[in-house]
Design a protein. Structure first.
Ligand SMILES: Cc1ncc(COP(=O)(O)O)c(C=O)c1O
Length: 329
């Protein structure tokens, strides 16, 4: 039976996200191989948000994780993840929410990002009386222009403040290079290495100035293999765990397996050439241009791939289709 066939499809409600555990395990194993060891990985959990996948990761020796929200951080703590990095700086009421989570899970080593002094001061006053300090990472903008400090002098001044602030201790530098998206591997390697060079230069400057830089975290999936060549960094891919159709198409050099599909049914077929699916269109990652899913109907070809792209157009009402999603977010 092909990987995406289900024995009990008629019992599965639609829409449903199907996760194929063997493929997840295989993707995690490939991540460990590329990284050169589980201790070099800090996978992002935003694409799956699942404790089951966290546990599979821990079974392979992965102890460090990244997440985007406090809900994901809580999921990780409950799944007994030893080390959880919240990859944003908490502001407003989220400072106290992080503190409550931190207090509720003393066995988990929490940390978060910071990229400005007022946020650092607010976090420090929330944690100043705590028995344990909160780990913080200076968020460095290495070209994506999202969060993070880009100017090395500003970065150094903020790092100096973080080292001094009570309630916090500095873990090191974090950089996400989501702008590294070139399909061509040579071009992507140049983009990724330019991002790495900015992080590396800052780490060198900080060390020269006498600051500790215990660790550095860099990258997402497109740059994963490239940064794996550099020593002394933790690698932060997330999409590699479930893989998706968009990354699979854009980055064929990354040999991961699609491990998730959305099961959908034809809920209405008012005319011969119109189908309405309960695919939950708005729930599928909405970045990027349409088509955001690739629908599949027929059995696979001999090489195991999903086949017959157009066949879904002939699907009947109530029929089950599988959707490969362009972007799992
Ligand atoms: C801070 C951070 N790190 C890592 C990742 C994972 O990147 P990817 O989806 O390319 O695996 C993301 C994704 O958005 C991110 O925001």
């Amino acid at each position: 039976m092909a990987w995406f066939e289900l024995e009990n499809a008629s019992e599965v409600p639609s829409p449903s996200l199907l996760i194929f555990a063997d493929r997840v395990r295989e993707n995690l194993a490939r991540m460990v191989t590329i990284a050169g060891g589980p201790e070099r990985l800090r996978p992002h959990v935003k694409t799956h948000k699942l404790p089951q996948i966290v546990r599979l990761s821990i079974e392979l020796g992965i102890t460090r994780f990244k997440c985007a929200t406090l809900a994901e951080a809580e999921m990780l703590a409950k799944a007994r993840a030893p080390d959880v990095l919240l990859a944003y700086q908490p502001v407003g009421p989220n400072v106290q929410r992080l503190k409550a989570l931190f207090d509720a899970h003393p066995e988990t080593r929490f940390s978060c990002l910071l990229d400005d002094a007022p946020s650092a001061l607010a976090l420090s006053s929330a944690f100043a009386d705590s028995e344990r300090a909160l780990g913080v990472w200076l968020d460095v903008d290495v070209g994506m222009n999202r969060t993070g400090v880009a100017d090395p002098e500003v970065a150094q001044a903020l790092y100096a403040l973080l080292v001094e602030l009570p309630g916090l201790f500095v873990r090191g530098l974090h950089a996400y290079d989501g702008h590294v998206q070139a399909r061509d591997l040579t071009e992507r390697t140049a983009q990724a290495n330019a991002a790495f060079a900015r992080l590396d230069a800052l780490a060198d400057e900080l060390k020269r100035a006498g600051f500790p830089v215990e660790a550095r975290v860099i990258g997402g999936s497109p740059s994963f293999k490239i940064h794996a060549q550099h020593g002394g960094v933790e690698l932060g891919p997330g999409t590699t765990v479930l893989w998706d159709h968009g990354y699979g198409t854009n980055f064929p050099d990354l040999e991961f397996l699609p491990a998730a599909l959305v099961l959908t049914r034809v809920v209405s077929k008012p005319t011969d050439n119109r189908l309405c699916l309960d695919l939950g269109y708005k729930a599928i990652g909405s970045e990027g241009p349409p088509p955001r899913v690739q629908l599949r109907r027929r059995r696979p070809t001999r090489d195991g791939e999903l086949a017959d792209r157009g066949a879904w157009a002939r699907a009947a009402r109530g029929e089950v289709l599988k959707a490969l999603v362009a972007r799992l977010t």
